[in-house]
Design a binder for this molecule. Structure first.
Ligand SMILES: [Fe+2]
Length: 445
C-alpha cells in the first residue's frame, strides 16, 4: 500500500489518500472496536476513481473501483475491493470526443435496484456486479436503454421505481427514464435543452422530476484532450426544468436560478401548496477555463424554493460552512426531509484531502452537530434506517475514514441521533480506501 512520493507536478488526485491503490484485497472477519448492530445485515459498497495505471487526466476519469464490506449478525464478514471490469479497464482503446455508452470507467456510484447491483458513471450504461464485487456486464434493460445513465438515480420509496436520466453531447442532449420496481424500463422521454451541459445529478419529488441546466457547458477542445469536456460559460444562464412525473414532455416548464454549479442534490420535496423545495451543495462557479483547474471552490448548503407558477427560484443559503456529499434518509427521497448529512470539505475543497468532519443539519431547528475525525479523512456517509422505525434520524451513518497513522482505512458506524459520540463500531480494514465518490447500504444483499 505504499504511496508514490508526490512532486510539485503531481495532481491532487494522485496525492495523499486521493492516490489510487494497486492491489485487490480480500479479507475475512475484520477486527471491530465497539459493536456492529446485529440487525445490520447487508453490504455497504462505495465507488471511486482508481486508475489502473496509477495516473489519469482528471480525478473524475480514473477506472472505477468498488470497496465493499459485508455485515452479518454483528460481524464484519469480509472486505473486498475490486476494479469494475469495463471494456476500457480491459484495454479497449479510448476515442476522445466520440460518445460511446459502452466505453466507460463506471467509477462514480453503486446502487442496488430490482435485485441488481449496478456500478454507475454518468456517460455510460450501468455495469452489473455480484455482491462479491465481480463484474457481470452492461445493464441495458433488455436493449431498451440507449442513452447514458446518471450516477445519481433516485429510488422512489413509495413506488420502488428507479428514476434517472442520461445526457450526452449529441441531440437529444437529455433523456429522462423511469424503471418500475421489477426492473422494467417503463418510459424514456427526450427533454429539449439548448446545449449539452454537465448534468451530474437531478431532483425528484413525489410529483415532479427537476433537471439542472447549469452553465458548465460542453467544450469540444477539452473533449479532444481526453479530459472532462466541460467549461464554465458566462453567457449560458442557469435554469431548472420541471417535468411532471408520469406525464409527457408537454408538462415541462423552466425556471431561472442564479448562475451556479451543483454536483449534488441532498433531496427535494413538495409543500402543501405545491412549492417545490430543493436542497443542494451549491458552487458559485465551476471550471472557468475548463476542468484542468487544480481545485474546487467551496460548496455551500443552499435551498431553492419554486412556488407554483414562479419563473424564478427563490434562493436561501442555509449555512456558511463548506459541505459536499449531502445525503438524507433515503426513505425520505422525494418526501419532506428536515435532516441533511454532509461532509465538511474543509478550508480548501474536496481536492485538499482534508475533509475531516461529518455534519448533521437539522433544518427544522437550525441546529447542526458534527463528528470530527481527528486523525482521519472522511468520505461520504450514508444513512441506514432500521427496519420498521419511523424517526428521520433513527438508525446509523456508515462510511469510510482514512486513518493517517495506520495508512489504512476504517469503516465507521455512527449513531445518527448522536453523531458527535464515539462510533458505535469501528471496523479495521487491511488497506487504504482512497477518497472516492458515492456508495450505498444494501440491506439483505
Ligand atoms: Fe456525485
Amino acid at each position: 500500500m505504499s504511496q508514490v512520493e508526490a512532486t510539485a507536478e503531481t495532481p491532487f488526485w494522485e496525492r495523499g489518500n486521493l492516490a489510487p491503490v494497486h492491489e485487490e484485497v480480500t479479507a475475512f472477519d475484520l477486527p471491530v472496536e465497539g459493536a456492529i448492530p446485529p440487525e445490520l445485515n447487508g453490504l455497504y459498497a462505495r465507488n471511486g476513481a482508481n486508475p489502473r495505471e496509477g495516473h489519469s487526466g482528471h480525478w473524475f476519469i480514473g477506472d472505477g473501483m468498488l470497496h465493499g464490506v459485508s455485515l452479518k449478525n454483528g460481524r464484519a464478514e469480509w472486505y473486498r475491493n475490486r476494479w469494475v471490469r469495463t471494456p476500457r479497464f480491459n484495454g479497449a482503446p479510448r476515442r476522445p470526443g466520440v460518445p460511446d455508452i459502452r466505453s466507460s470507467v463506471a467509477n462514480t456510484n453503486v446502487i442496488a435496484h430490482a435485485g441488481k447491483i449496478m456500478a454507475l458513471v454518468e456517460n455510460a450504461l450501468p455495469m452489473t456486479m455480484t455482491r462479491e464485487l465481480d463484474t457481470v456486464g452492461f445493464q441495458d434493460y433488455g436493449g431498451k436503454l440507449d442513452t447514458p445513465f446518471t450516477a445519481h438515480p433516485k429510488i422512489c420509496p413509495d413506488t420502488g421505481e428507479l428514476h434517472f436520466f442520461g445526457y450526452g453531447f449529441v441531440p437529444p442532449f437529455l433523456t429522462y427514464h423511469a424503471v418500475d420496481a421489477s426492473g422494467e424500463l417503463m418510459r424514456s422521454i427526450p427533454v429539449p435543452t439548448r446545449a449539452s451541459t454537465m448534468m451530474h445529478d437531478f431532483a425528484m419529488t413525489s410529483g415532479h422530476i427537476v433537471f439542472m441546466d447549469l452553465p458548465v457547458v460542453f467544450d469540444m477542445p477539452a473533449a479532444q484532450r481526453g479530459t472532462m469536456p466541460f467549461a464554465w460559460s458566462d453567457s449560458y444562464g442557469a435554469r431548472l426544468g420541471i417535468l411532471k412525473r408520469g406525464a409527457g414532455i408537454e408538462s415541462l416548464r423552466w425556471v431561472e436560478v442564479e448562475p451556479c454549479y451543483v454536483f449534488h442534490v441532498a433531496n427535494a420535496f413538495e409543500e402543501a401548496d405545491g412549492t417545490i423545495v430543493i436542497d443542494v451543495a451549491w458552487y458559485k462557479e465551476l471550471w472557468r477555463g475548463g476542468p484542468s483547474a487544480t481545485s474546487f471552490d467551496k460548496a455551500l448548503l443552499k435551498r431553492w424554493r419554486i412556488p407554483p407558477g414562479a419563473t424564478r427560484a427563490q434562493e436561501q443559503q442555509l449555512d456558511d460552512r463548506s459541505i459536499e456529499f449531502p445525503r438524507v434518509n433515503d426513505d425520505r427521497a422525494g418526501l419532506r426531509h428536515d435532516i441533511v448529512y454532509a461532509v465538511d470539505s474543509g478550508q480548501g475543497s474536496l481536492a485538499s484531502d482534508q475533509a475531516s468532519s461529518l455534519r448533521k443539519y437539522d433544518l427544522k431547528t437550525g441546529k447542526s452537530a458534527e463528528h470530527v475525525f481527528r486523525n482521519g479523512v472522511s468520505s461520504e456517509f450514508v444513512h441506514i434506517q432500521p427496519e420498521g422505525a419511523g424517526g428521520e434520524d433513527d438508525g446509523w451513518l456508515i462510511g469510510f475514514v482514512y486513518d493517517r497513522a495506520r495508512n489504512a482505512s476504517d469503516l465507521l458506524i455512527l449513531d445518527a441521533q448522536n453523531i458527535e459520540s464515539k462510533p458505535v463500531a469501528r471496523i479495521g480494514l487491511p488497506a487504504r480506501v482512497p477518497q472516492g465518490f458515492h456508495g450505498n447500504w444494501m440491506p439483505g444483499v
